[in-house]
Ligand binder design. Structure first.
Ligand SMILES: *Cc1c(COP(=O)(O)O)cnc(C)c1O
Length: 387
């Protein structure tokens, strides 16, 4: 039996997989079970930010793996403490809660915001305002936060206490703030799953101002936009705002599962012993890998991300068969004249793996993808998109 048929028989059918079995990889190249090589423009949905088998990451992870694999949160370990310190020093945040995924990082953010607002203003201040077309995860609470009805339908009732307003509609946001007794405002600065839709500066600044004026926790979901993806360490840094709570995951671990919820001065003491926890959260192996990622995301490296981004935009904007290009840094959405499914299959045929987001082609290459491979991949995409 082929791996494909074993998987089809025994793995829950929640994913529409492509007919490709990947067996190994190096950097931004993957090899499938037939020996065919691909340039990876998805990095495991923005996870392997230094590619596959990155030497520095591998060394950090394997060294820790040999020393100590897991301890539970009853004891101190070095990687967890040092990763929290590095995250705080690089963002100005004060404390970090570690979990294992983006959804869990958002769950923690929501708990912090609700506890803060309930204690400060009263138990009726529990509603989190999110945006339409947002994506915050697959748990029942983060689905409730996700402003896309089609994700909700089969799983009612979801956690109550969420409303969503149209992205980039400052008036609608202000109205929600004034009417719903908010516990927090939660958004992605570039909506990833929603179609790589960046928020406008005006909207982000209005949200920050409303939060400041009404003492509402400003929560930024940096699960996809974080960790260098948009060309700054975190996406909110493009806007000069200071969120109260930042959730992140995906690229943070560089390929191992980790989620982190960062809390600023105002939020740092909201959670007290017993309020929250995670068996695997802060796992030393995952934290050692994440630390090796975070340490390398400096200004010089991030400026290279921005140069690669500019190259992609300059190549694709106005090209034949390409209607629009959106996004920031190496998080890019492309509206194509041809249906996106066709474009993805044709690219795959020609050895380039791409993602989609709604009706768009989505690119999330490794942040260190070599320029030559990036050029080849972009040439293939341009060629495929032509009529
Ligand atoms: C992927 C994603 C999540 C969910 O992360 P998981 O690790 O799959 O739970 C949450 N928010 C955003 C913005 C994401 O892109």
């Amino acid at each position: 039996m082929s791996i494909t048929s074993v998987d089809k028989e025994y793995v829950a059918g929640t994913y529409g997989r492509f007919p490709v079995e990947l067996v190994c990889g190096k950097g931004s190249l993957f090899t499938d079970s037939r020996g065919k090589e691909y340039i990876d423009m998805g990095s495991g949905i923005g996870v392997t930010c230094f590619g596959t088998g990155d030497e520095t990451w591998l060394a950090a992870v394997t060294e820790q793996l040999h020393k100590l694999q897991h301890t539970s949160n009853l004891y101190y370990t070095e990687p967890c403490a040092l990763l929290a310190k590095a995250l705080c020093e690089k963002t100005g945040m004060k404390k970090v809660f570690f979990s294992n995924s983006g959804a869990e990082a958002n769950e923690c953010a929501i708990k912090v915001a609700r506890k803060y607002s309930a204690e400060k203003k009263g138990a009726e201040y529990y509603t989190i305002i999110t945006l339409e077309q947002s994506f915050h995860g697959r748990t029942l609470t983060t689905l409730a936060a996700t402003g896309q009805e089609h994700f909700h339908q089969l799983f009612q009732p979801l956690t109550p206490g969420f409303v969503s307003v149209p992205a980039n509609d400052a008036a609608a946001l202000e109205q929600a703030v004034n009417t719903c007794k908010p516990a927090g405002i939660l958004f992605e600065v570039v909506q990833g799953e929603g179609g790589v839709l960046p928020l406008t500066e005006e909207f982000v600044l209005t949200a920050a101002k409303l939060c400041h004026e009404h003492d509402i926790p400003l929560m930024v979901d940096e699960v996809q936009t974080g960790n260098g993806r948009t060309g700054t360490l975190y996406g909110y840094m493009h806007f000069g705002i200071q969120p109260d709570i930042v959730s992140t995951a995906k690229g943070l671990g560089g390929g191992l599962p980790i989620g982190a919820t960062l809390m600023n001065e105002k939020m740092q003491n909201v959670l007290t012993p017993g309020d929250h926890g995670s068996t695997y959260g802060g796992n030393p192996v995952c934290c050692a890998g994440a630390l090796s990622v975070i340490r390398r995301l400096d200004d010089r490296f991030l400026s290279e991300v921005q140069l690669k981004s500019a190259y992609i935009f300059s190549q694709l904007q106005g090209a034949e068969g390409i209607e629009s290009v959106s996004g920031m840094g190496l998080m890019i959405g492309i509206e194509t004249t041809k249906p996106v499914k066709e474009v993805i299959s044709a690219c795959m045929e020609r050895g380039v793996l791409c993602l989609s987001a709604k009706h768009k082609l989505r690119l999330l290459p490794a942040l260190n993808i070599p320029m030559a491979q990036l050029k080849t991949a972009i040439d293939v995409i341009k060629d495929v998109c032509k009529a």
